[in-house]
Design a protein around this ligand. Structure first.
Ligand SMILES: [Ca+2]
Length: 294
């Protein structure tokens, strides 16, 4: 938008009255333009109505910047991660509190590791395009292999099922015994598309999801697929994105900390992880119970 001051200066050879008229006209034009811009179509208003979930960072810790974080979770005070890319994929673990005790186990070169979760004393790992999932015991000894259709992106679990994303707007609920798809939930709400769902974390009736290439964390009702709200991680991600559109260094990784009653979040190649506190209503279990009673 132009400046009324600069506009009047460019006509400085005119009389003071003419210049005043020019300034007044410029100000009116500015007002009209700004009013016009703020009058948004109804759909845009609806988009903006997605509830924004506030958060505060209560701790900050170093994160291994070599990890292309795909799976991110906590088991018994240890953070577990799966790191992606062909030829570089691995499983890693370290202490939640201080990052000490770092240990990693390389995966075969032809595997692009994606989501990781822990259910019934077993780790489950999915792969991007290998259409293969692996079950490991708690010491990462491989115990079982499964095959599935499509791509594998994020993985988490409820008490009875694994939940898997595949880059679309759908969540697949999977039987951990045979990896069969038992239910598919489409994520909907606010007239928006919620595709590119990536890393996941289930807690008390809500599936939390990163969206690829976005710094937006989504809260999804695990019973209905309705979006409950979003957390904007732009401020935390900004130093790593450096304003450049890139598929690297995006926010990816959310892990529930039972000890802190908060979520650790991180991103691909991020040198930091952050413990964020969110409002109690999104931590308690009422949302899923209310939904399932409807
Ligand atoms: Ca997770």
């Amino acid at each position: 938008m132009f400046s009324p001051l600069r506009f009047s200066q460019s006509f400085s050879h005119r009389t003071p009255l003419q210049s005043l008229k020019t300034v007044v006209f410029g100000l009116m034009l500015c007002f009209w333009v700004s009013t016009g811009v703020s009058a948004k179509p109804e759909n845009d208003v609806l988009k903006n109505n997605v509830p924004k979930i506030d958060y505060s960072v209560i701790q900050e810790r170093n994160h291994n910047p070599k990890l292309f974080t795909q799976g991110f979770l906590i088991v018994k005070d240890w953070i577990y991660e799966s790191s992606g890319r062909y030829g570089q994929s691995l499983l890693a673990r370290y202490k939640e509190e201080n990052g000490e005790g770092f240990y990693s186990q390389k995966l075969p070169d032809d595997i692009f590791a994606e989501g990781l979760t822990f259910w019934n004393n077993s780790f489950y790992l999915i792969t991007w395009r290998n259409q293969t999932a692996y079950r490991y015991d708690e010491y990462w000894s491989q115990k079982q292999t499964f095959h599935y259709q499509g791509e594998g992106w994020g993985l988490t679990h409820t008490a009875t099922q694994l939940i898997m994303s595949n880059g679309s707007d759908q969540l697949q609920f999977i039987n951990p015994d045979d990896f069969s798809v038992e239910k598919i939930l489409t994520v909907t709400g606010y007239n928006r598309t919620w595709d590119l769902l990536n890393e996941l974390e289930y807690h008390n009736g809500i599936v939390w999801a990163n969206r690829w290439l976005s710094d937006e964390l989504i809260a999804i009702d695990a019973t209905t697929g309705n979006v409950l709200g979003t957390i904007d991680l732009t401020e935390l991600a900004k130093p790593y994105r450096k304003g450049i559109f890139t598929s690297d260094k995006v926010a990816n990784g959310i892990a529930w900390s039972e000890q802190h009653q908060a979520f650790w979040i991180t991103g691909k190649y991020w040198p930091k992880r952050y413990l964020i506190k969110i409002p109690e209503q999104y931590i308690a279990a009422q949302i899923a119970e209310e939904s399932s009673n409807e």
